[in-house]
Design a protein around this ligand. Sequence first.
Ligand SMILES: *Cc1c(COP(=O)(O)O)cnc(C)c1O
Length: 427
Amino acid sequence: MTPAALTTGMTTTTAGDVDVAGWTDRYTHAVMDTFGPPQRVLVRGEGPYVWDADGRRYLDLLGGIAVNSLGHAHPTLTAAISAQLGTLGHVSNFFGTPTQITLAERLLGLLGAPAGSRVFLTNSGAEANEAAFKLLRRHGGPERPRVLALEGAFHGRTMGALALTHKAAYREPFEPLPGGVEFLPFGDLDALEAAFATGGAQVAGLVVEPVQGEAGVRPLPAGWLAAARRLTAEHGALLVLDEVQSGMGRTGRWFAHQHPHLGGGVVPDVVTLAKGLGGGFPVGALVALGEHAATLLGRGQHGTTFGGNPVAAAAALAVMGVVERDGLLAHVTDLGAWLRAEVQGLGHPLVAGVRGEGLLLGVVLTRPVAALVAARALEAGLIVNPCTPEVLRLAPPYVLTRDQAGDLLAFLAGLPADLGADVGDPA
Ligand SMILES: *Cc1c(COP(=O)(O)O)cnc(C)c1O
């Protein structure tokens, strides 16, 4: 392997010159400590694999947190980005570009959007949800200050998105946050009905992930979204689906709410997207479905410099094109079902079960040892994510094969049954 040359400003270094430890030291002296020290410093990727600065290879079963849908350095994506950058790399939103317009049309098409629907392109998931929050305020005005979200929800780290995010440790240091948000117990239909039964006319909208990602890959129970659609419609509130993590083919359909058991038939008012949309290039979207939702953010009421950037749009179009050309939705469905069955079939005493959809899977452990298992996996050359103390999240590239995924099965099978038996329940 030829080490990739890393060019940063005036200095050019070869990745092989400095090992992981050296880079990690430099990271801690230059990069803000919001994420803690990096587990490894990575220099190269190809398909489902990445390599660190010591030349060690890892099977990336996290995919940059459900982002690298086509894996790393996919030739079609790389070519599309390069071609667009070499043609027209950026214009202000005083102008339109063919890639931006085509991306908006494609998203409306994939969502089967009704007439009048419109797209606002962003750079991230938080930014898409931030726009959704503003849209809800425009819908509600002072008459409808209430915004409903769910316990366990994760919608991003900017102030508005954070206000919709449930975890106290994320929220509390930044209060006061935009007000009016109420958290309801996850998947609890009675609680949802109760929230509308009193003061339902003051609810601007309900914001939910069809499959909660950060909370441990938790799909909403069957029928819940349909009930949420009925209640929001009855009370004149909007239904916002955050498909930042679950969208763009991750679950085997373009959008998680298109699965019959998750929300089949439900037409939301707003869908937010990011993560897998650009396959690694930063791009997000807010899709407002139907004429009312689409006109809530009027001229001059929202904006962004980079959102709708032609390179980002070209990346998203390339990802969609490859997913369609290579039949990746069907592959995600097949591989996800197989992987789930195989992990369960191990009958390992540490594995309580597997939940999720397609290639967004949570391996639920019988003890709160997910961090310990993930650390061992890394040593064994596998990247998995302990998203809660009991759950390992898998969100691998759609291009992963059974053969490659077999490394995970071998690793899990080899875990000692009593691993972390001395670890208490931190909760
Ligand atoms: C990651 C995520 C976000 C935030 O996206 P960023 O691009 O990190 O801002 C929002 N909602 C969900 C469901 C996510 O998984």
